[in-house]
Design a protein around this ligand. Structure first.
Ligand SMILES: Nc1nc2c(ncn2[C@@H]2O[C@H](COP(=O)(O)OP(=O)(O)OP(=O)(O)O)[C@@H](O)[C@H]2O)c(=O)[nH]1
Length: 643
């Protein structure tokens, strides 16, 4: 048994590790048997109505593109698959069972909020990149930090002391995370990432899905093959971490959180536009999920675009690297002949390089993917996969394209060397090796490797600049559609947004409503109290609107004292009720001018898309007309014709 597993078994033996209960336990037991039928699982699920609701919700997110809602348990199982259903049951049962606990400095609410945002982010990222099942990724994201909860459960008092001594904000970056990991390892012999990996493996999660968790805060130590699923999942997990960090950051910490996020999205070729749509959708889903899981209410977050415009966001620069000229070369030597191997190894070590040695082609391939050498020295006559075939295989991978390849061969006629170059090798050495010639060739190789590294670094820097430029462009765009006083979008944005919500309502045949809100006698307020107090009133009324409306309503300031609210999925009754609520809330405002309370009231016009309405202009006009009917003097809530 390896030592990590041994340490995990010790913790597990305490019997206190977080574990599934109720229906989750039944489903896990059932799915571990070969003879279990679909009906048994369906029956187990149906015994827990709360789980049925959550399962249907997940299935409907998964099936968004198919246009037909999932309304039954068998349908949900078909959409998600038994494994995902089982892992969802596990995850949700842990959320319900460990909402509070005995570790005083562990914030259980923040832990689960972060978990659900990470889960939603993993699902959204994988839906975009399609490198793994988004629903499996959801489960993996939900439980990606479960080791932390496990420490808080098994070692409540000690873990609380450890957290107190570190006193780090929950959204700190990699450096802070590494500090926690190091202290946990010192104290408990395992860190929470290792414990998470062990727990998920114990629950039967597939290795490729959970292994990236081990490296989520130290990606430079991961040695996944280039373009492998694990490498991709690691990048996805880091981006999901970044998204969760941004969503949970205090407003003053959003700029560094945003910087981490934009840097990480580059690795997955997710541009800012995609990221924006993704983050805004994740925040909306979070608002839906939180009450379903009885989690803390999510904060009302500005849109991604508004957060991007908030501060000077600069994406993470590419990691600083030692100059390739000074760093030792990573050289892989692949030769069956022990004397040849030993002499190459000696020469390379003497010249200060980092050497890895293998005896056949298959081992060479495996080792190459693992250590990612910059130089490969391979014997032509290598067993299993010969040197030329090995070169061809590696040249077809991203990793192998930049490698400097030297083929070692016994003397052959000149003609045959063509084959060496045709296979993609850079040079050859004739055995027995002339030491001076070998070292000269190695220097030539080092020069080429150095150039490759330079190109790669330049490319990364260019990507970094491109990301920064995209951020600046986005910020400029955001500023051009944002009202500086209230932070709401302006008329230009309102009209674009209305068009897209109109199109969505046409596609889905769902209602679309809007509200035109106009402050009453605002000129009088300015004249009586001064412009500064007028501004204060505008900001206060904007705050009322922000707090009173749903997260998927769009509020725009379309004139000096006019706001337009676009409300998808609201019918005439709902929008009227909403207008009444707003009027009451604004009337209750007490804005102190220093010379008495400022009288605040609004007139609101409402309109709902009807069959005779041809376009968005007609909808806005209807709301406008309704608002003017309410003036002058402001319409009282009771005057609104709908109860
Ligand atoms: N303080 C402040 N005032 C503004 C701002 N933008 C526009 N205004 C003022 O808002 C007032 C709007 O006046 P009107 O359009 O006559 O509307 P009203 O006085 O609210 O009258 P009714 O709409 O009929 O109730 C004007 O005096 C503008 O100068 C702003 O950003 N800050």
């Amino acid at each position: 048994m390896n030592s990590e597993l041994e340490k995990f078994e010790k913790i597990k033996a305490s019997g206190d590790l977080p574990s599934p209960r109720g229906v989750a336990l039944t489903i896990m037991r059932l799915t571990s048997r070969d003879d279990v039928g679909f009906i048994d699982i369906e029956r187990a699920i149906k015994s827990d109505p709360a789980f049925v609701g959550r399962l249907l919700k997940t299935a409907n997110i998964a099936a968004r593109e198919r246009g037909r809602p999932v309304v039954s348990v068998p349908d949900a199982i078909k959409v998600l698959g038994i494994t995902v259903v089982r892992n969802l049951a596990l995850g949700f049962s842990l959320v319900s069972g460990y909402r509070v606990g005995a570790c005083p400095n562990f914030d259980y609410g923040a832990f689960w909020s972060r978990a659900i945002v990470t889960a939603l982010a993993m699902q959204a990222i994988l839906r975009q990149t399609r490198q793994a099942s988004p629903d499996e990724a959801f489960c993996c994201g939900l439980l990606a930090d479960i080791g932390r909860l496990a420490f808080a459960t098994v070692h409540a008092t000690e873990y609380s002391r450890l957290l107190e001594s570190l006193d780090l904000p929950p959204t700190a970056g990699d450096d802070a995370e590494r500090m926690i990991l190091a202290r946990e390892a010192e104290r408990f012999a395992l860190n929470h990432d290792e414990l998470t990996v062990a727990m998920l493996a114990d629950w039967g999660f597939p290795q490729t899905l959970i292994e990236p968790i081990r490296f989520r805060h130290r990606p430079e130590s991961a040695s996944f093959a280039a373009d492998s699923r694990s490498e991709h999942l690691l990048a996805a997990l880091r981006l999901a971490d970044g998204i969760a960090g941004l969503c949970l950051a205090a407003p003053s910490d959003r700029a560094p959180a945003m910087a981490r996020l934009t840097g990480r999205s580059i690795a997955l070729r997710i541009d800012l536009d995609m990221l924006e749509g993704m983050v805004d959708a994740i925040v909306r889903d979070w608002h839906d999920w939180a009450p379903m899981l009885s989690l803390d209410s999510p904060p009302v977050l500005p849109s991604f675009g508004a957060m991007l415009a908030e501060k000077d966001v600069v994406s993470e620069p590419p990691a600083a690297e030692a100059s390739a000229a000074q760093a030792p070369l990573r050289v892989l030597v692949a030769a069956a002949d022990a004397t040849l191997r030993a002499s190459l190894e000696r020469l390379l070590i003497e010249s200060g390089e980092q050497v890895f040695v293998v005896g056949d082609g298959e081992a060479a391939l495996e080792r190459a993917l693992d250590v990612q050498p910059q130089v490969l020295i391979a014997d032509w006559q290598l067993p299993v996969i010969d040197g030329l075939r090995l070169t061809r295989i590696l040249r077809n991978t991203r990793l192998g394209r930049g490698m400097y390849v030297l083929i070692v061969t016994a003397p052959v006629e000149e003609e045959r060397f063509v084959e060496v170059f045709d296979a993609g090798a850079d040079d050859y050495l004739v055995h027995p090796i002339n030491e001076r010639a070998f070292l000269a060739r190695l220097r030539a190789g080092a020069r080429v490797v150095g150039l490759h590294e330079e190109v790669r670094r330049d490319h990364e820097e260019l990507q970094h600049f491109a990301a920064e430029l995209a951020v600046s462009n986005r910020r400029l765009h955001e500023a051009s559609v944002t009202d500086a006083l209230t932070g709401f979008h302006n008329r230009r944005y309102a009209m674009e947004r209305l068009e897209s919500d109109w199109a969505a309502s046409t596609r889905s045949a769902r209602p679309l409503s809007c509200m035109m809100i106009d402050l009453d006698d605002f000129k009088g307020i300015n004249d009586r109290f001064g412009h500064a107090i007028g501004d204060k009133a505008l900001v206060a009324i904007a705050g009322v609107l922000r707090n009173a409306l749903r997260s998927n309503d769009t509020i725009c300031r379309v004139g000096g004292d006019e706001f337009l609210v676009i409300s998808p999925d609201s019918d005439a009754t709902a929008i009227a009720a909403c207008a009444r609520r707003l009027m009451v809330a604004v009337a209750a405002l007490k804005i102190d001018s220093g010379r008495g309370i400022v009288p605040c009231s609004v007139s609101i016009g409402v309109a709902t898309r009807g069959e005779t309405m041809s376009d968005t202009a007609a909808l806005v006009k209807a709301a406008d007309d309704d608002m003017y009917r309410a003036k002058p003097g402001g319409r009282r809530p009771a005057d609104l014709p709908y109860a």
